[in-house]
Design a protein around this ligand. Structure first.
Ligand code: EPU
Length: 428
């Protein structure tokens, strides 16, 4: 077991380069099983979620070969297994994208109920209804989700709730279904568009991704492709709030500024200078942060995956900010950890009232989930002492080389091995 040890009170200066998008990668890698060919995927982030997907792919008979640190060739010609077992699915949500992809490839799939961050109940009813609309029979037995169809046939489906995961999964299953599929009330996140672009580069015919109506004209045959994943919107946003919180002047490179607009505008309202270039963004913070209200919404609204980092920033702003979580039922669990560091935040259901304090104080804390872990690092960098953060495996699911990237900006953060609790004996 390892933990982060962070010394705060240093402004950050320099440049940081953003990696490929986690939430695009975790959809695109399973999507490669739709084709019986080789795909070369570039800009793949080196994070543990991606490592698990490679294990799942190899377990099915795919061949995964790194061409360099961020480029991988996946050969899916000899996939002989349409099952994702519990041992691997338990670690990550996106393992359920193999349901849509395998249904599309061989009309059947069996995937263990997925794991992932705990934000309250995470239903999959919209995935199942979408598969059923395409003609699949879906059952859940002994913790496995089983989907099977004689033949998939396109149809018209309106999601009852905007869902990234359900949009991805139904899109994957529909690519090779007979005829036209129309998905309404679809998610519009950048990774939905990236997945559609990837599938189209393999010969799919998907139109309208990025709007709330996606049309998928089924095709019989797909071919291998060479595709580069978009930069990670949330990793970029996280370095923006970290720079804003610590203060200083940071250039964040390899970003799509359009994807960051909702984050940039809230940071500017909070008194942070944000300068956009073609494919980079500069964040400068010198003066006092100001309170702002934030409500998370599906794209193009303020992303829920930036909510903990934005809340941690507003803990240091002058005045009272209201943060409303508009996507998940229970995404404020980490606030208890921020309170341990001196934050003044009251939570009532999906609303947090943040009363600014002048600084965080060091305390031992834990990462409750991926983005909460990023918020802990951000808070720790704004204390005048040393903070230890445990449960860092969550952070490493989604942030490539976070220690190296922060150290490159002048932050003082390192990873240390924790003593094995089983070896600790009580003294005296
Ligand atoms: N929902 C349903 N029924 C469904 C599916 C979802 O009611 O069948 C509800 C959820 O309970 C939630 C809302 O719809 O209230 C949105 O959930 P969504 O399906 O969009 O979330 P997801 O696909 O499980 C992805 C990201 C999350 C991100 C959300 C929202 C991936 C792998 N995960 O999750 O990212 O918070 O979209 O943008 O793409 C993260 O990266 O830290 C992360 C948690």
């Amino acid at each position: 077991m390892e933990k982060y040890v962070v010394s705060g009170n240093k402004k950050l200066y320099g440049e940081v380069t953003i990696s490929g998008a986690k939430n695009a990668a975790v959809a695109i890698l399973p999507a490669t099983v739709l084709v019986k060919d080789k795909c070369i995927i570039e800009n793949v982030p080196a994070i543990s979620d991606v490592t698990i997907l490679f294990k799942i792919l190899e377990g099915m008979g795919a061949k995964v070969r790194f061409l360099n640190a961020s480029t991988v060739e996946i050969d899916t010609r000899e996939i002989n297994e349409a099952v994702v077992p519990y041992e691997l699915a338990r670690y990550m949500r996106a393992s359920y994208y193999f349901l849509g992809a395998l249904l599309g490839r061989c009309n059947e799939a069996s995937v263990s109920m997925p794991g992932g961050c705990d934000f309250g109940v995470r239903p999959i009813d919209q995935h199942i209804k979408g598969f059923e609309m395409l003609g699949a029979k879906v059952s859940i037995e002994k913790g496995m989700i089983n989907a099977k169809a004689e033949e998939l046939e396109g149809g018209h489906f309106q999601f009852e709730k905007v869902s990234v995961g359900a949009t991805v999964n139904v899109m994957l299953a529909a690519v090779k279904a007979r005829g036209l599929t129309v998905l309404e009330n679809a998610a519009k996140e950048p990774h939905i568009v990236d997945l559609a672009n990837f599938l189209n580069s393999m010969g799919a015919d998907i139109r309208g991704a990025g709007t709330d109506t996606i049309k998928i004209y089924g095709v019989d045959i797909l071919h291998g492709t060479n595709y580069s994943i978009i930069p990670d919107q949330i990793e970029a946003g996280t370095y923006m709030t970290i720079a804003a919180s610590a203060g200083g002047n940071v250039l964040i490179k390899n970003v799509i500024p359009k994807h960051l607009e909702s984050i940039s505008s809230k940071l500017m309202a909070a008194g942070v200078e944000v300068i956009e270039y073609d494919d980079s963004i500069r964040v400068i913070r010198e003066g006092q942060l100001k309170a702002v209200n934030v409500k998370t919404m599906p794209h193009p609204g303020f992303p829920t995956d930036m909510q903990p980092q934005m809340t941690a920033l507003l803990c240091l702003a002058e005045g009272t900010s209201i943060v409303t979580e508009g996507v998940w039922d229970n995404r404020f669990r980490y606030v208890d950890e921020l309170r341990r560091m001196g934050a003044n935040v009251q939570v009532d259901g999906k609303i947090a009232v943040v009363q600014g304090v002048s600084a965080f104080t060091p305390a031992p804390v834990k990462a409750c989930d991926l983005r909460a872990g990023a918020a802990m690092i951000q808070a720790a960098l704004s204390t005048d002492g040393v903070t230890e953060i445990e449960d860092i495996q969550y952070v490493e699911r989604g942030y490539e080389n976070i220690i190296e990237k922060l150290t490159g900006l002048g932050a003082n953060i390192r990873k240390v091995e924790m003593p094995d609790p089983n070896l600790l004996t009580s003294a005296g």
